[in-house]
Design a protein around this ligand. Structure first.
Ligand code: PGA
Length: 255
């Protein structure tokens, strides 16, 4: 049994002031007793505001990235210790926007993942194919390569602490969404790949979130799929009502 997981990735949105207002409104709706684990990943500058309002609630707070080194001359970068000290327990790693705009490589994702685990941060590793890769029929090949490169050198036990997010790049912020069937097919493939390369029990336990155009209108259908264990939500996590609706939809899912 994998517990559902509803996670929001705010990307470069919401100032500290806006974050504080958002979090107060969200908290007033009721964050306790929901079926899913809950997470929001605000920009670094909003972590403090979010932790001040939601730090003692069921909402977990995460960062959107980390640097693989502990400290040093890496201007503008943020270490795992800094993230933890700020009150985060989760961190996103290898989001496609990081890969695309900031040239993050599979090797870099692997180094960041090892650092996050070493520092007791719960990592969410993002993988997914581009539009032309799907059209060329190489989705599974691409996803498998990203997955195995990210997990390279980890024991099955360490890999069991990772949450994965399948995010087809063509569905991120584009208004497109993978159909629940398309997403399920890749999620099943990811789980099979984990079982073949790690261990069947670990593969069964690892949560695989779907991301890319998730919103209240498609949350139920996506979450009902057997191997979709939660959602990583961009745009729809920026509005209190949309995010809360999705949390409530997760409450109704039985599987
Ligand atoms: P989206 O973004 O929900 O706005 O498509 C998802 C993501 O990038 O995590």
């Amino acid at each position: 049994m994998r517990k559902l997981f509803i996670a929001g990735n705010w990307k470069m949105n919401h100032t500290g002031t806006e974050t504080e207002r958002f979090c107060r409104e969200l908290r007033a709706k009721g964050l306790e007793g929901h079926k899913a684990d809950l997470l929001l990943c605000p920009p670094y500058t909003s972590i403090h505001a979010m932790v001040s309002v939601l730090g003692d609630s069921a909402m977990n707070v995460g960062a959107q990235n980390l640097h693989e080194k502990d400290s040093g001359a890496y201007t503008a970068e943020i270490s795992a210790d800094m993230i933890r000290d700020a009150g985060c327990t989760y961190v996103l790693i290898g989001h496609s926007e990081r890969r695309r705009y900031f040239h993050e490589s599979d090797e870099g994702v692997n180094a960041k993942l090892k650092k996050a685990l070493d520092k007791d941060l719960s990592p969410i590793v993002c993988i997914g194919e581009k539009k032309e890769e799907r059209e060329d029929g190489v989705t599974e090949k691409v996803v498998r390569k990203q997955l195995l490169a990210a997990l390279e050198g980890l024991s099955a036990e360490a890999a069991g602490k990772v949450t994965l997010a399948y995010e087809p790049v063509w569905a991120i912020g584009t208004g497109l969404t993978a159909s629940p069937e398309q997403a399920q097919e890749v999620h099943r493939f990811i789980r099979r790949t984990l079982a073949e390369n790690l261990d069947g029990h670990v593969a069964d336990r690892i949560r695989i979130l779907y991301g890319g155009g998730a919103k209240p209108a498609n949350a139920e259908a996506l979450l009902s799929e057997e191997d979709i264990d939660g959602l990583l939500i961009g745009g729809a996590s920026l509005k209190v009502d949309d995010l809360y609706k999705i949390i409530e939809i997760a409450d109704t899912i039985n599987k």
